[in-house]
Write a protein that binds this ligand. Structure first.
Ligand code: GDP
Ligand code: GDP
Length: 435
């Protein structure tokens, strides 16, 4: 499981600046999950080989009313879900009552916390830092988030406190393909989980823990082992209202990361909403194999089905590698067919790809359609080899590879996908210059 780090502090102390620096914003799966998580941003960061989920909270100012109070509440929920808290204060502004209040709240949570004294640029640290020790948080790291000063030491300390990347509990319990069932609240995830398990359910274990933990369910079907990562938590759930409250982006991102294949459940009767697209973006960003299940197909007026189908397929064209199924989890219609797509996607995501084969495909692609000239020299792509699985990474060596234009990369990706007959998984192309 990826560790979760929450950035908390009052507004304007530099949380977003630090967040963007750590997630290198461009690559982050930054999204506003409207409605459920006002003003929280989620991103993935990596430091010295440690991957983590960062949560940027909206900010707690201490005198919240109305919408701000809801935001503060959200920040507190982010803290609950976090393994580690970075508590930011502003050296220029000095210690404020809001800082005191946040410190007080953090103390009652007893989460591992580091105090980050930001905006240390242009102040005398000896004088500026002293008051913050009164907060009693313990370790204090001065930073300048805008320029990155102090951030490295901070992160070195942070990863020391995280579990080693290979200390994975759930990993050992899982057997067979790990299928992550994700989607917004009420789209039918737990109904689908029950359907997928069917009669053959063999072992079910319910992991105790916090709201952010998914339930891992091992079972066999046609004598093949599978593990469902159930983000809806069928076994603990009592009613629909609770399912909305139990919905957690962190839990969903963890499940996506840990799965081999993600089944994204969408409520066809409501159509595609922004949050479905955000979730899909997160799956693509993580490079996971994907199967799309448009659920509640039974609820659609038969006269309108063709129209809805065309419309949904058109809007989902950006994930054209993924199989789309129109199902009814409630009645079981189409559910069995998901397995074929899951198997295919898994196969494609984990196929062993030989250097010879990849290089032959590359040479063919280049001969069909040459890379462009840059500054009078043609980009040369010489050979390719596999660089990883789930998602498949294809590493291409050549000259001037940093200048390969996006459209050419997309062409290569498409060509490899076709030649290798890959279904249901994104493919990542990486370039290396030299030899
Ligand atoms: P947030 O509300 O806590 O997310 O704060 P922001 O990241 O939006 O930062 C608020 C303002 O402080 C912005 O104008 C930033 O450019 C500025 N800022 C952030 N970090 C630093 C820093 O280390 N030094 C200085 N001088 N300004 C900073
Ligand atoms: P979750 O929050 O995503 O786990 O959603 P649930 O599985 O709890 O389903 C939410 C509601 O949608 C429940 O009332 C289900 O009975 C209903 N539901 C689930 N699947 C279907 C379906 O295929 N068709 C219809 N008509 N209703 C469904």
């Amino acid at each position: 499981m990826l560790p979760v780090i929450a950035l908390v502090g009052r507004p304007n102390v530099g949380k977003s600046t630090l967040f963007n620096r750590l997630t290198k914003s461009r690559d982050a799966l930054v999204a506003n999950y409207a409605g459920l998580t006002r003003d929280r941003k989620y991103g993935e960061a990596e430091f010295d080989g440690h991957k983590m989920i960062l949560v940027d909270t909206g900010g707690i100012s201490g005198d919240e009313e109305g919408i701000d109070a809801a935001m503060a509440q959200q920040s507190m929920q982010a803290i609950e879900e976090a393994d580690f808290v970075l508590f930011l204060v502003d050296c220029r502004a000095g210690l404020t009552p809001a800082d005191d209040m946040i410190a007080e709240r953090l103390r009652t949570r007893s989460k591992p916390t580091i105090l980050v004294a930001n905006k240390v640029d242009g102040v005398n640290p000896d004088i500026a830092l002293a008051p913050f020790y009164e907060l009693g948080i313990g370790e204090l790291f001065p930073t300048t988030a805008t320029h990155g000063r102090g951030v490295r030491s901070l992160m070195e300390r942070l990863v020391e406190g995280l579990p080693a990347p290979d200390e994975e509990g759930a990993e050992e319990e899982a057997t067979g393909i790990k299928i992550g069932i994700v989607g917004r609240p009420n789209v039918g995830k737990s109904t689908l989980v029950n359907r997928l398990l069917g009669e053959d359910r063999v072992v079910v274990f319910d992991q105790p823990g916090t709201t952010r933990d998914s339930v891992y369910i091992n079972y066999t079907r046609d004598e093949k082992p599978y593990t469902i990562i159930d983000t809806a938590g069928i076994r603990r759930r009592k009613n629909v209202k609770e399912s909305v409250e139990k919905f957690s982006i962190v839990k969903t991102l963890q499940a996506v990361e840990d799965a081999n294949v993600v089944v994204l459940v969408i409520d066809a009767s409501e159509g595609l909403v922004d949050q479905d697209l955000h979730l899909m973006g997160s799956v693509i960003q993580a490079g996971r194999a994907l199967v799309v299940a448009l659920n509640k197909w039974d609820g659609l007026d038969p006269d309108h089905r063709d129209f809805v189908k065309t419309e949904l397929e058109r809007r989902l064209r950006f994930v054209d590698f993924a199989d789309i199924h129109f199902i009814s989890a409630l009645h079981g219609t189409g559910v069995g067919n998901l397995y074929k797509s899951i198997e295919d996607a898994y196969q494609s995501a984990t196929d062993k790809l030989s250097t010879n084969h990849l290089t032959r495909i590359l040479q063919w692609a280049v001969s069909e359609h040459q890379p462009p000239l840059v500054n009078g020299h043609r980009i040369k792509l010489r050979y390719a080899h596999a660089g990883g699985q789930n998602p498949p990474v294809i590493v291409i060596h050549g000259n001037q590879t940093a200048l390969v234009p996006n459209h050419y990369t997309r062409y290569l990706e498409k060509t490899f996908r076709k030649a290798l007959d890959l279904h249901g998984t994104p493919v990542k192309i990486e370039f290396r210059t030299g030899d």
